[in-house]
Design a protein around this ligand. Sequence first.
Ligand code: ACO
Length: 479
Amino acid sequence: MATKEQAKSKDGAQAEGKAKADGAAAPDGKSSADGALSITDSRTGESYEVEIHDGTIRTMDLRQIKVSEDDFGMMGYDPAFLNTASCRSAITYIDGDAGILQHRGIPIEQLAEQSSYLELAYLLVFGELPTQPQLERWTYDVTHHTFVHEDIKKMNEGYRHDAHPMGMLLASVGALSTFYPQAKDTEDHEERYMAAIRLIAKVPTLAAFAYRHSLGLPYVYPDNELDYSANFLQMLFKMENSFEPDPRLAKALDVLFILHADHEQNCSTNAVRAVGSSDVDPYSAVAAGVAALYGPLHGGANEAVLRMLREIESVDNIPAFLEAVKKREQKLMGFGHRVYKNYDPRARIIKKHVDEVLEVTGENPLLEIATELEKRALDDDFFIERKLYPNVDFYSGLIYEAMRIPTDMFTVIFAIPRTSGWIAQWLEMKDDPEQKIARPRQVYTGKRDQDYVAIAEREGPEKITGPPARRPKLLRRGA
Ligand code: ACO
C-alpha cells in the first residue's frame, strides 16, 4: 500500500511491499485481499489504498499516511479496543447480534448438552474433540496433577480470616510459577503441556483451599476417584469421610464450567495474552487473567447480581429499582455485554438448569425477584433501545447460592473453567508468528518541554491532594 503518487518511487515501492508482507493473510499465508479501502487525506489531498482481509484493515497500513516526511504517521485511536482485532484466533466464534457462541466450530448448546468440561478443555487446547484413548489420557493427566505443594498451605496461613478468596487465588496461581520454574522455557512443548495440565488440575484445589481458609476449616485433599466437578464439590464441602457429592449438582456445575470455559478476547483473556506476550511463564500470565476477572464489570458481576437481588429484597421494589437504573443511580448487574447485543446463549442454558438445581436444593426466593426483574427489563424501552439482555452472570449466581457456595466464591468458580480458555489462548498466541510483545501506542495530551521548578519557588493552593494522613479509626483493618 502506498500513495498513488509514491507508488512508483523507491520509498513508495518499499512501503507497498511491506504492506503486502504485513497483509492480513490467512494462516496458510496465501489469501489475497478481499478488496481495498480508498482513503483520501483532506490535509494533503493524497490518496491511499489499504487492503481489506477478513473485513479488517491493518492499522499499520495507516502509518504511511503523513502530512510531512518527519510526521510519525497515522495511527488508529481505539480506547478499550471497541473495534480492534488484536489477533487471529481459531478457538471461539461469537456472533453477538445473533447470540451465537461456538468453540472450535461446535455450538455451545451441543457442548453443554453432550460434552463434559474436561473434554471441552481438551477441545479448546488441542483444537479437536479427543478420541476415547486421548480423553482417557487427558483425564488421567489432569486427575493426577490436582494436588498442590504443601507450601501453598503455608502461604494461605498468612492471610486474614476474611481475605477475599479471589485475592488468594490470584496470589496462589502466580505462586505456581515459583514451584515450576521450568515453565519459563516457553518454547519447550512438553513444558507447555505440563503447564496446561497443572493449571487446569490445580486451580480447583487452590480455589477450594481459599474457601476452606475463609471458614477456618482444614483443607480437603483431591479425590482421584471422583470426576472433575464432583471432586471440587467434595474439596469444598467434605466434613467427614462419607461425603458424596450429589451427581445432579456435580452435573450442573460441570455445565456451568462448560459455559464459562472461553469467550474469545474478553478482558481477562486479553490480559493473559498481553502479559504472556512478554514471554513470561504461563502461570504468571494466567494470574493476570485471574486479576482481570476479579473486577465487578467482568467475572465479579455474578457476585454483584446476588448483592443486587438481595438489596431489591422483594418483587414490589423492582419498579423503583429499575427507575433508579434509568436515572443512572444504579446498574442492572448481569445485564448488557460488550459483544452480545442479544440474549447471551449461555444465560439461556443456565436458566434451564436453575430449576433442576432448585429441585435438589429447595426454593430460593431470589429466583422470583430475578425472573420478574428480567421480564420487566426486557419489556422496558430503556433496555430494548440499548439492546441490554441478561448475560451469563444473571442466573449463575443463583445456582451457586443454591449449592451453598458463598457469594465471595462466585468469581473464583468462574476462574476454574476459564483457566482452560486462558491456557488455550496463551498456547495459540505462542504459536502465532505475527504476535510480538503487546505494546499499544497513545495520543499524548500532556504538557511538553517544562522546566523543573525548585520546591521553594512553586506556587499553588495550600490544599493537600491525596488521602488524609489519618483515616477515621473505624475504617482501619490493622497494620
Ligand atoms: N445497566 C444499566 N445500563 C447499562 C448496563 C446495565 N447493566 N449496561 C450498559 N448500560 C447502558 C450504558 O449506560 C449505555 O447507555 P448510554 O448509551 O445511554 O450511555 C449503554 O447501555 C451502552 O453501554 P456500554 O457501557 O457502552 O456497554 P459496554 O459494552 O461498554 O459495557 C458491560 C458492557 C461492561 C458488560 C456493561 O453492560 C455492564 O456494566 N453490565 C453490568 C455488569 C455485568 O453484568 N458484567 C458481566 C459481563 S459478562 C462477563 O464478563 C462474563
